[in-house]
Design a protein around this ligand. Structure first.
Ligand SMILES: [Fe+2]
Ligand SMILES: [Fe+2]
Length: 197
């Protein structure tokens, strides 16, 4: 383990990938003119509306800031992170609006939902792959043990109280739907709220 923060980020990417797989299943249902699971869709929306900005992006931003200070030349190509997060936020809001509309009235404009949900899903997958190939690897290569120690110490004070406030039970449908997915998957350990403290 280089850093708890980096381990957590990778685990969260696995977890979010699992949620995007669930979303993909719902997209498929709508594309086939079948009924989506509205409760599950709303939980996926709720998760992505809060978790990334509260728990995930702050860790990435902190790592990037440290990298800028430690190794500005290497960090210069990573400055698009902030723009990526903003663009991702816009894609998410479009998806959220169309998902809510679909749940309220499944007959009205499912194509808009399909286009927004696909765009969000693809942009999230691409963004996570970009971070793993660029931000995480560069940070692993150039940050020193004392950098990681400081990052982990800073985050501990920030993340733990938040984690206590978030109840895993808040995402009951996701937990249930993920059950089948977890059964044969090493990603079980990736659950951000797996063992709430
Ligand atoms: Fe990110
Ligand atoms: Fe990320």
């Amino acid at each position: 383990m280089v850093s708890q923060a980096l381990d957590d980020l990778r685990a969260e990417h696995r977890w979010m990938t699992g949620l995007l797989d669930l979303l993909q299943g719902q997209i498929r249902l709508v594309a086939e003119d079948r009924q989506a699971d509205g409760g599950l869709l709303l939980e996926i929306v709720e998760f992505f509306a809060s978790f990334p900005d509260l728990f995930h992006h702050p860790k990435e931003d902190l790592i990037l800031r440290r990298l800028v200070a430690r190794s500005p030349a290497e960090a210069s190509s990573l400055q698009q992170l902030e723009i990526e997060h903003e663009e991702g936020g816009r894609e998410f809001k479009r998806f959220m609006r169309t998902a809510i509309r679909l749940v309220l009235d499944p007959e009205v404009d499912p194509d808009r939902f399909l286009s927004a949900a696909l765009a969000f899903m693809e942009s999230e997958r691409r963004h996570m792959a970009w971070e793993e190939d660029n931000l995480f690897r560069t940070a692993e290569h150039f940050l020193l043990p004392e950098d990681w120690h400081d990052i982990d110490t800073q985050l501990k004070c920030f993340i733990e109280p938040l984690r206590k406030q978030e109840g895993r039970s808040r995402y009951k449908r996701i937990s249930r739907s993920v059950g089948w997915w977890r059964a044969g998957s090493s990603a079980a350990s990736a659950l951000p709220h797996d063992e709430p403290t």
